[in-house]
Write a protein that binds this ligand. Structure first.
Ligand SMILES: Cc1cc2nc3c(=O)[nH]c(=O)nc-3n(C[C@H](O)[C@H](O)[C@H](O)COP(=O)(O)O)c2cc1C
Length: 195
């Protein structure tokens, strides 16, 4: 199949959509983030990439903590709003019921199905206006209705997916297979390297 070049872009589809929280001057504040990644499984670490001028950034650096709140599709409008308006001029925390966990200074959103409480481990400054916050997850919080066999259940979480260039949000479709099982249907012997 002939491929066409689309240019150099970070096209990793779909993108997650989360709401990151921190304290600025002792008051909770939140912003929407899609440039978020899992750094490693154990100890569990995540990365949050945020433009340095954002109101939230100074709070994360001052507190040394932040939260990641995973909204569901019912929270689409509020999630978009939090990503359109800055804490420099809008009291975004007033839209949520805020709670605190073990760290006591990482504000989390009661209304989101899942909350990750993070301790800032490292800040990488790319010197081009971008800051990357690496956080270790200290605790995660959910409600019973979103959990099955002790784990968050994707279907019940109903997270928001993001497509950056079409400025669109999507939801998650149905399960299409089992991990570490679907690959067993391919005959590995056929692709075995010669010794
Ligand atoms: C869907 C969506 C995803 C976003 N992802 C990011 C992101 O990954 N990094 C970033 O710096 N800004 C991102 N933004 C923009 C910020 O959320 C936005 O500029 C926000 O108003 C900054 O808030 P603050 O100044 O209160 O920190 C995103 C916005 C939306 C709507």
């Amino acid at each position: 199949m002939k491929k066409i070049k689309l240019g150099a872009h970070p096209y990793i589809y779909p993108m997650p959509t989360v709401i990151v929280g921190t304290l600025v001057n002792n008051s909770p504040t939140f912003l929407t983030i899609s440039y978020i990644g899992i750094v490693q499984h154990s100890p569990p670490m995540v990365s949050v990439t945020s433009v340095s001028g954002h109101f939230t950034n100074c709070g994360i650096k001052a507190c040394g903590t932040f939260s990641i709140n995973i909204p569901n599709t019912k929270m689409l409008n509020i999630t978009d709003f939090v990503g359109m308006n800055s804490g420099h001029s809008i009291e975004k925390a007033a839209m949520f019921n805020v709670f605190y966990g073990e760290l006591e200074n990482a504000p989390m959103i009661s209304e989101t199905p899942l909350n990750l409480e993070c301790k800032l481990i490292q800040t990488i400054n790319l010197n081009n206006g971008t800051e990357i916050f690496i956080g270790e997850i200290i605790q995660t919080y959910s409600s019973k209705k979103y959990v099955r066999r002790g784990y968050p259940y994707m279907k019940r979480l109903d997270p928001i997916l993001f497509s950056i260039n079409s400025n669109s949000y999507y939801n998650v479709g149905r399960r299409i297979g089992w991990a570490w099982k679907a690959g067993l249907k391919i005959n590995a012997a056929k692709y075995k390297k010669p010794k």
